[in-house]
Design a protein around this ligand. Structure first.
Ligand code: HPA
Length: 267
């Protein structure tokens, strides 16, 4: 299925793409900054999962960003949409076969760490997979990677240090921390958030962990950012809404875009 999808994409788009970027909730507008952009809608790719989440467009954007050839997912697929874990990571494998070695993932997340403010950008240093599943369950495809992939450096320290230097040079405050991935679609309870803090999590969201697992499996280096779109459940006394998540994404997307452009230029 991955090969079929790649065959279709290659019939529309030529060349190799070394950098892959996944744009999360409210962050999709970076896709509009790509030069010489060419688009492939997920819906047109044979066997490809189609994102139904709000704030997600649902297409690949191919082109150049900061002089580098990038392929960018404007919209991703989530477990809560009902897709199986292996479908969620199909785009990662497609990117791999298109030549991607470096993957930049972004998401919107609730801040668990009390020192985080809404609107902060967090460099993801590690994750906790709390989804109760793993995209690599089932027969292993040795062409992509080994049966038991190492996750010790799931988020590349090397890319992380490029990110820190880039943020510093742009005057962007960068938080660092651990992302815990849940299935959603309900937000967490305050008790879950207290438990996640004890477990060592700094931010919580409904994406990323499966994609990063598949990316590590097939040998990509990963850089991850969470935009803290709200304080996690129970921390602000307010109810959580999707509108708030998307609004903060749009408000802060300029900063995230500048950072990603700068980093892309350095890769
Ligand atoms: N929880 C889970 N996912 C999220 C949140 C949250 O608080 N904010 C944005 N995505």
């Amino acid at each position: 299925m991955v090969e079929k999808a790649v065959e279709y994409i290659k019939s529309k788009i030529s060349g190799e793409y070394e950098i892959g970027i996944i744009l999360g909730s409210g962050l999709g507008s970076l896709g509009d900054k790509i030069d010489n952009a060419e688009y492939v809608d997920y819906a047109d790719i044979p066997g490809f999962p189609v994102s139904t989440a709000p704030g997600h467009v649902g297409r690949f954007v191919f082109g150049t960003l900061a002089g580098k050839r990038v392929m960018c997912m404007q919209g991703r697929i989530h477990l809560y949409e009902g897709y199986r874990p292996e479908s969620i990571v199909m785009p990662i494998r497609v990117m791999r076969l298109m030549g991607v070695n470096n993957l930049i993932v972004t998401n919107a997340a609730g801040g668990i760490n009390e020192s985080f403010d809404v609107g902060d950008i967090m460099l993801i240093t590690d994750h906790i997979n709390f989804t109760g599943t793993n995209c690599l369950i089932g027969q292993n495809d040795d062409r992509f990677g080994v049966r038991f992939p190492d996750m010790s450096y799931a988020y590349s320290p090397e890319l992380g240090s490029i990110a820190e230097k880039s943020a510093e040079s742009l005057g962007i405050k960068l938080q660092k921390g651990v992302y815990v991935g849940c299935t959603g679609p309900s937000y967490e309870t305050p008790a879950e958030i207290r438990a996640f803090r004890v477990l060592g999590a700094d931010a919580v969201g409904m994406s990323t962990v499966q994609e990063v697992t598949a990316a590590n499996h097939c040998g990509m280096k990963v850089l991850g950012f969470s935009l803290i779109s709200n304080k996690a459940a129970g921390l602000s006394g307010e109810r959580l809404t999707e509108e708030e998540v998307l609004l903060i994404g749009r408000q802060k997307s300029e900063e995230m875009q500048m950072l990603i452009m700068k980093i892309t230029g350095e890769l």
